[in-house]
Write a protein of this length. Structure first.
Length: 393
């Protein structure tokens, strides 16, 4: 009887090459499947070092909130370009929910969601989630429920994950370690008087503001959608202190603050073109106009009338490619334009009907297998309280 061989090409390779050169580059979902193949693979891919190295190999994917008309609900999706892999699917769902909900933060593969008055932290790659406490504001305070999440970050000196909360209408902020309900109060810097009153109140709300975690600091572009230059607020996540930074003197409406090739960048929509200003010297706060992308020159199918355009937001896929969300009533649809900095159109995707059915959340996810911080959160509160959303990554 002929023996059936179960040998694979991996059996001819040293184990360290399989683990350190192959498995570490796979998406977390595939690594989790590989853990069932061999005990050695399971143990070596479960170490903190491997999980951190694996996360660094994952692309940063902009998270998009999409309205699903036939289900009268929302879904969070990411845009994936499969490269040589042939697939028409570009928008991949990660969170499904049929009630009103918000994505408030993203860091190291973790997402913070709010559903009604509840807050959750989850890792879509591992399908794990747990309730997230919010600061306990004294009942006698006028602030009440008027607090919002401004940022979510890893505090490197302690190894903790922390959430930065602001209260509306005053200069008070809170730093809360994930898993704790005992915040530390800090003072938030005042906001420029050049901002309209309505913009000043929620200038750093993570639902609306364009924020970037760059060089261990959170950056907020306070003048988003305005034509006047407004400074960038910076929060150092190591010293946990605030400062202000000069923004570029660019024309047009500021749309997004981005990280481009390990540099801070600011995008604006100006008379049919996208301008990208890149910081040349971080310490000197020196900016330069590096790219101007003329949308009217792009040949789209169908040909879009950019004279009636509405560019709502811009996301960076990598150091050369952009994803632009366009909406205007004359089209009757939302469109996602995928292009590069040399004005080459890489794709034009028509989305479902519905006014403002899609928008960028200003958050990026980098998939990881990291366990939720403070696993006891799941044991204490996650068993009896089920999240009102479905993880579908």
């Amino acid at each position: 009887m002929t023996k059936i061989s179960h040998m694979t090409v991996l059996d001819d390779l040293p184990e360290w090459i399989v683990i350190e050169e192959i498995l570490v580059r796979l998406p977390p979902k595939d690594v989790l499947r590989c853990r069932a193949v061999r005990k050695l693979w399971r143990s070596t891919t479960s170490t903190d070092k491997f999980m951190l190295d694996n996360r660094r190999h994952q692309p940063l994917l902009p998270v998009i909130r999409q309205y699903i008309p036939e289900q009268s609900g929302f879904s969070f999706v990411v845009f994936r370009d499969n490269g040589v892999i042939t697939s028409d699917q570009k928008l991949w769902p990660i969170i499904q929910l049929f009630k009103f909900h918000k994505l408030l933060g993203a860091c190291d593969g973790f997402l913070i969601l709010s559903v009604g008055s509840d807050f959750w932290i989850c890792n879509p790659a591992t399908h794990k989630c747990a309730p997230l406490p919010q600061p306990r504001v004294p009942s006698s305070s006028r602030e009440g429920s008027g607090i919002y999440i401004a940022g979510f970050y890893g505090h490197h000196p302690s190894g903790e994950y922390r959430v930065l909360w602001f209260s509306r209408g005053c200069q008070r902020g809170y730093i809360l370690t994930v898993g704790s309900d005992k915040p530390r109060i800090i003072r938030r810097p005042s906001v420029s008087s050049r901002l309209p009153e309505c913009r000043r109140q929620g200038a750093f709300d993570s639902r609306y503001s364009s924020q970037v975690n760059h060089r261990c600091s959170l950056h907020w572009l306070t003048g988003i959608y305005m034509k006047t230059a407004v400074e960038i607020m910076v929060f150092d996540t190591i010293t946990e202190t605030f400062r202000w930074m000069r923004s570029p003197d660019q024309l047009g409406c500021r749309v997004s603050l981005l990280e481009m090739g390990n540099r801070l960048a600011s995008c604006s929509n100006n008379d049919g073109s996208i301008e990208i200003w890149v910081m040349q010297d971080y310490e000197a706060e020196a900016w330069a106009l590096n790219y101007r992308i003329y949308l009217v020159a792009m040949k789209t199918s169908p040909q879009l009338d950019f004279s009636l355009r509405h560019i709502s937001n811009i996301a960076l896929l990598n150091k050369r490619e952009l994803l632009i969300w366009c909406w205007t009533p004359s089209w009757g649809h939302d469109y996602l334009l995928h292009c590069d900095i040399d004005e080459k159109l890489l794709g034009c995707y028509k989305l479902k009907r519905g006014t403002y059915s899609v928008y960028f959340t200003n958050q990026y996810i980098q998939e990881s297998m990291l366990p939720l911080p403070f696993c006891e959160m799941q044991e204490e509160g996650g068993v009896d309280k089920e999240p009102r959303f479905l993880i579908v990554l």
